[in-house]
Design a protein around this ligand. Structure first.
Ligand SMILES: *Cc1c(COP(=O)(O)O)cnc(C)c1O
Length: 428
């Protein structure tokens, strides 16, 4: 059963998480059922008390979702994963599993717009405070933001849309020196291009809505635990002291292999009701079967389009960390050696108005509020995903008014390039 733990990512993407028995379905079945049948009451009571493992209600666990969780945990090299209804839910639960009213979190400022508003509005209103620092902060600058009540450091591995590659080792070192876990959102690289646990991250989150599903068909998120973090320093009573809502369970004592994940599922998924739907996990799992092939093509196409745009006279600037002359080249080679993923940003000469002409003239590439699926698409963050942020927050998140974000798909690169060429040539 544990043989798959030795498999390479390409094999895990296809096969991990579901091992059919004799005569069973070859493909992971969709358990489209809210509940599960038992022959005696004690079995169900034991499940409720976390004494045995099993399925009783799909808000907590479901066999299709569990197989998907096991696949992503295997791909990331973690001990456990909890799938959520969306990437937003994953990041909210990842923080709330450690921090409550009165606590504090240090976060990189270059983040997905939804994460910025989650942190600086909704979680702030519930009493968790945040200090935003540059994703390029030095270890001393990171340390300066840490307070006695800090509970975690949060950053994106490849920031959306600033495309800053995080120096994971530096952030992990600063976090660990203060007894804190580093939580990273690995949505853009995916576990195929980067395994943050290898560089010291402790918790990884994903919006599986993006490359993992890969086909823009289902929302989802996931939180993955590396395992082995020392929660016993006194800062995490929620993990080390009895949980009265579970008859005094102590997560670090009773579930030493994956206390963070058991707590997240047992308390937060239970109470907030944000599990991944079985059908979404079924689709995300199927999409994930080709993740390794798609990431190769997304990365190659994005690099080729970035190189084309750089040479185009109508283009003012291009940001793609995989470009040979990118200021992020060294970080990219260290953390993303297999490819810099499929997202690039550029600005058209003439600013926002000229950029609008280009976006409106594209035919193959569509304007959609999405990123990271097989179809090439564009988006203008300042008026779309980052619209609810103040101008200062937009700048801190790396969103200039002229920035166009391109999610490069897996179509033929010549067709993608031709589309951008004709659109750019419409700018007067
Ligand atoms: C999209 C995205 C999210 C939010 O995910 P949803 O599935 O849309 O809720 C979080 N982080 C990053 C980096 C994203 O790109």
């Amino acid at each position: 059963m544990d043989e798959w733990k030795k498999w390479r990512p390409e094999t895990l993407a296809v096969q991990a998480g579901y091992v059919p028995g004799n005569g069973e379905a070859r493909v992971l079945p969709l358990y489209q059922s809210t509940t599960f049948k038992y022959n005696d009451a004690q079995s169900v009571a034991d499940l409720f008390d976390l004494k045995t493992n099993g399925f009783f209600y799909s808000r907590l666990a479901n066999p299709t979702v569990a197989a998907f969780e096991e696949k992503i945990a295997a791909l990331e090299g973690g001990v456990a994963a909890v799938a959520t209804s969306s990437g937003q839910a994953a990041n909210a639960m990842a923080i709330m599993n450690l921090a409550q009213a009165g606590d504090h979190v240090v976060a990189a400022s270059s983040l997905y717009g939804g994460t910025v508003s989650l942190f600086s509005n909704t979680l702030k209103k519930s009493g968790i405070s945040f200090t935003f620092i540059s994703p390029e902060a030095s270890e001393a600058e990171i340390a300066a933001a840490i307070r006695p009540e800090t509970r975690a450091i949060f950053a994106e591995v490849l920031a959306n849309p600033a495309l800053i590659v995080l120096d994971i080792e530096r952030f992990a070192a600063a976090a660990h020196r203060h007894g804190l876990p580093l939580i990273v959102d690995n949505t853009f690289p995916t576990p195929v291009l980067c395994n943050p646990f290898r560089f010291g991250a402790d918790i990884v989150t994903h919006s599986t809505t993006k490359y993992i599903d890969g086909h823009a068909s289902s929302l989802g998120g996931i939180v993955v635990e590396k395992g082995g973090f020392d929660w016993g320093c006194g800062r995490f009573p929620g993990l080390t002291e009895p949980d009265e809502s579970y008859h005094g369970v102590v997560y670090t004592r009773d579930f030493p292999a994956c206390p963070y994940s058991v707590k997240l599922r047992a308390q937060l998924i239970r109470d907030f009701g944000v599990p991944q739907a079985p059908f979404n996990a079924y689709l995300s799992n199927m999409g994930c079967e080709t993740l390794h092939l798609r990431m190769e093509r997304h990365s190659a196409n994005a690099l080729a389009l970035a190189e084309f745009l750089k040479r185009h006279p109508k283009v003012g600037w291009v940001n793609y960390p995989g470009l040979a002359d990118s200021p992020q080249r060294d970080l990219c080679q260290k953390y993303l050696p297999k490819g810099a993923s499929g997202v690039l940003c550029f600005g058209v000469r003439g600013g926002k108005a000229a950029g609008e002409v280009v976006m409106n003239s594209l035919r193959l590439a569509a304007i959609v509020v999405h990123v990271a699926d097989v179809r090439t698409c564009v988006l203008h963050p300042a008026s779309m995903t980052h619209r609810q942020l103040s101008e200062a927050e937009q700048i801190a998140a790396g969103v200039s008014p002229d920035l166009i974000r391109v999610s490069v798909g897996i179509e033929h690169i010549d067709d993608i390039v031709a589309d951008f060429d004709q659109a750019l040539n419409r700018v007067g």
